[in-house]
Design a protein around this ligand. Sequence first.
Ligand code: PBG
Length: 321
Amino acid sequence: MIIRPRRLRRTSGIRDMVRETILTPKDFIAPLYIKYGKDRKDPIPSMPGQYQVSVDIVNKEIEEIWSLGIPAVILFGIPETKDPVGSSSCDNDGVIQQAISDIKERFPDMVVVTDVCLCEYTDHGHCGIIKNGHVDNDATLEVLSRQALTHARAGADIVAPSDMMDGRVAAIRKELDINQFHETGILSYAVKYASGFYGPFRDAVDSAPQFGDRSEHQMDPANAREALKEAKLDVEEGADMIMVKPALPYLDIVRRVREQCNLPLAAYNVSGEYAMVKAAAEKGWIDGPRVMMEMLVSIKRAGADLILTYFAREAAALLNS
Ligand code: PBG
């Protein structure tokens, strides 16, 4: 007798019944780049369909994202001034702090997540304070904690440290708690690899390191056991959710972290993953929307509960149609 798995693929009705992984707009967190200035919506050349938007018009974007059923955004700041210690990241009237309060005023139910890192705010483009030519871990923790606190004060629901300094989840939790922000959550970029897939992002926020690279703090792409160690540490330090980044080249890591840890798990479908699909689709080499959906479902199938993706709006529109 022949066993016939094809019976369950015969019609779209049957395929719908037996589908194991269902993507919805509720799975997505949409990244937004917020810039200083007025009435600006500047296209990012390496990320077709993505823009740097000025703070004053951020709610136009939020309105669209909200109407598509996407429950959350993550904000990245492009400040007017950068200096060696990233001071503008802790400014209570900074671009991000302003954007958070504007969003929360009009869309109180939109979940606002903020990226906590210094690379967008330092003139050298590194993720922390430089001492003797290297990023100094403990000096950086202080600035990150202050930055996170300003986000919490402005009304952020969740802060998301992406710097990969040791001990930052504990440091941020402590700073938030001392200041009575017990309710502000932490989504830790627990497992973040030193990746070539961040290329377009660094153009988008002008944060490419002026010297050296980030392999002294981000993880070696060859390591998997180390990912489990990083994830465990951040859980112990008090993270509410953790993230693996990038997503697609690391789906084995998403699966392994999922199996080890009971917190909600996010995966970041990063700028380079987005740019590759857009570029190949533009050339007519792949069917862009089809590849997009296949990628997103594969990230969820691997074990991610939440997907940070530049495809959020496009995919949500397709799912809603
Ligand atoms: C650091 C940060 C980076 C990304 C998110 N947060 C870049 C880096 O580590 O160099 C990358 C996001 C993407 O590529 O889409 N603040």
